[in-house]
Design a protein around this ligand. Structure first.
Ligand code: KIV
Ligand code: NA
Length: 264
């Protein structure tokens, strides 16, 4: 079967079908998610935190992210792969944004790009989509702006709901094929989802968006410690890997590994 296309996601919304999305940053996990039927994979700038160990998403560069995009594209056959434009690679305006998006498509080989910002990035979204590149927008809480927002905070509470709606309308009007809604009240996400014809992808936005996205290390329990309220852990990968690591170490120390069957 062929790759998922942006237009397939619009058609899914028209049919009322929800879909799952995950981040992916490397070959094996991307291949597993693709085989398991995840139609959209995001090579997120969250690789800054989840691959490179930074505190925020701000430090990651285009040159650091592009090799991960290539790995995910090579490892998948069905999923639409979205490359996330890093902080600093599109804010200067439509020209810079288009230049970066073109690099993601040519050098990364991905099928769409994503950027953060609503009304303030409408011109960038327009320029990129006019060049034939599908754009996924990202509004509500936008991690690249956390120093302005003041940390991880729910956006769109009370009167600020109108700001989220205005951002959603602006990105749809500018040509985005989907929009991520991060950390907005469920009722606000429901309103946006009802109003827009493009799919909404929720993360911490309640059950009424067209799609749901999680960072894969959160979804699988590879990341331990306190997780945000919107995370559900579907496995304990950290536990599985810790156990395997301890058994390997114990067997090496005991002289039990390698055994005869592992020896030439
Ligand atoms: O980079 C990322 O992981 C994201 C998603 C959580 C939407 O932008
Ligand atoms: Na991101």
């Amino acid at each position: 079967t062929r790759r998922v296309r942006a237009r397939d996601l619009l058609a899914a919304k028209e049919r009322g079908e929800r879909w799952p999305m995950l981040t992916a940053y490397d070959q094996y996990t991307a291949g597993i998610f693709d085989q398991a039927g995840i139609p959209v994979l995001l090579v997120g700038d969250s690789a800054a935190n989840n691959v490179f160990g930074h505190e925020t998403t701000l430090p990651i560069t285009v040159d650091e992210l592009l090799p991960l995009v290539r790995a995910v594209v090579r490892a998948t056959r069905h999923a639409l792969v979205v490359g996330d434009l890093p902080f600093g690679s599109y804010e200067e305006g439509p020209t810079q944004a288009l230049r970066t998006a073109v690099r993601f498509m040519k050098e990364g080989g991905c099928h769409a790009v994503k950027l953060e910002g609503g009304r303030r990035c409408a011109a960038q979204i327009r320029a990129i989509t006019d060049a034939g590149i599908p754009v996924m927008a990202h509004i509500g809480f936008t991690p690249q702006s956390e120093h302005t927002i003041g940390g991880y905070r729910v956006q769109g509470r009370g009167g600020a709901a109108e700001d989220v709606l205005a951002d959603a309308r602006a990105v749809a009007e500018a040509g985005a094929f989907a929009v991520v809604l991060e950390m907005v009240p469920g009722e606000v996400a429901k309103r946006v989802t009802g109003e827009l014809t493009i799919p909404t992808v929720g993360i911490g936005a309640g059950p009424d968006t067209d799609a749901q996205v999680l960072v894969w290390q959160d979804m699988s329990g590879l990341r331990t410690g306190k997780a945000p309220r919107f995370v559900k852990r579907y496995a304990d990968l950290a536990g599985v890997l810790t156990d395997a690591t301890r058994r390997f170490a114990d067997e090496v120390r005991a002289g039990e590994f390698p055994a005869a069957e592992h020896t030439f």
